[in-house]
Design a protein around this ligand. Sequence first.
Ligand code: SF4
Ligand code: SF4
Length: 370
Amino acid sequence: MKSGVNKRPELKRGNLMAVKIFIAADRLDSVLEKLATKIDLWIPALLKGDKSGPTGFVPYEVGKAPAFDRQTTLPLKKVLLPQEETLLRFEYKKDPEGAPKTTIALDDHREARPTLVFGARSCDVRALTTLDRVFANGPYVDPYYVERRKNTFFATLVCKENDVKCFCSSVGGGPADMEGSHLKIVQVDDGYVVEALTAEAQSLLDGLGDAPDAARDAKAAEMVKEASGRRVGDVDTQGCAEAFRNRFPQTDYWVQMVSQCLSCGVCTYVCPTCYCFSITDEVENLKGERLRSWDSCMFYHYTLEASGHNPRPTKLERYRNRVGHKFSYIPEKYEGLLGCCGCGRCIRSCPVSIDIRQVVGHLKENTNEQ
Ligand code: SF4
Ligand code: SF4
C-alpha cells in the first residue's frame, strides 16, 4: 500500500440511538462535577502562568476551568502512556539457609479505572492509531497500555478554527474527524451540544442535561458541516516513504534540514505519536521498582550502546530517524499508516523553528541533488 493515508481503527459500536444534550456555558462546571462522580475525568487546562501559558490534560478538580479555546501545548498521550509509571515492584527474599535459595517476589498488579477525556481534539485521538499499532496490535502487546486504552473514552471537540501550524487534513484527519471518539462536542454561541457516538458513551450523558432546542441543534449541525469541509494544511504526503528512502543517503540535504537543531528533544515530548521510553530499576536494600519513563530519540544517550558505539551519534542521524520513523518506517511496517497526526505541536514548540512540513514537503523535490 502507498504511504500517505492514515488507516483508521475499526470501532465496535453497539445499538446507538441519537442522544444529544445541551450544556449551557454557565452550567459547564456543575456538569463536569457530576460527570466526575461517574468516571475519572480529565480535561484540558492551563498548567501555569496567565491565560496564554502552556496547557495540557489534567485530572478534573472542582473549580478547574477547562481550556477549550486552543489546542493544548502537551498532548493527551500521558493518559494512556504516563510520563513515568511503575511497571512492577520486586523484593528479594533471602532464605536463612543460604544465598543460593534467594527468591524474588514480584508484584505487577495494575488497575485501569474507567476514564473520560472531556475536550480532546481529533488529531490527538487519531494519534492513538499509531500507539495502538505499537502497543496493542502485536506482536508484542503492552498490557499496561491496553488496559488503559480499553477503559478510556474520548469526548472530542469539533475544531472551530485551526492554527496556521495545523495540517491534520494532509495526514488523513480533519477538524471534525470523530473516528475513535465516543462523544462529540460542538461549541455553539452560549454553550455546548454534546452527542453520544457510541452506545457505551450514552449512559455518561444520563442526567446531565436536556436535548438541545431546534435552533442550537441546527447551529451545531452547521458548524460540523463547515468544519468537515475545511481543509487544514497542504503537505503532500503521498509517496513520502519512498521519497524518504531516496533521500536517506543525501547527507547535504539532512545537514541543511537539521543544522539549527539543538537536540533538545522538545519535539518528541510534545508529539502525540512519539513513544520512546526507557526502563530503569530503582532499588533500595532488598526492595525495588521497575519504572518506565518517556525518553527521546533526539538525545545522544538514547542510542548509546554499552560498548561505547552509537549508531546515531549526531543530530543529523537522530533528526533523520525521527522524520523517517513517522513518514517511512511506520507506513512501510503498518500498511500506509502515517506516524504523524498533523497536530503541528513540534513546529510550534521547536525553539529554532524547524518545521516538519517543510522537511517532508521537500523530500520529493530535486531528489538528485546531493
Ligand atoms: S524541538 Fe527543534 S531543536 Fe529541539 S530537538 Fe526537536 S527539532 Fe531539534
Ligand atoms: S510529528 Fe509534529 S505534527 Fe506530527 S504528530 Fe508529532 S508533533 Fe504533531
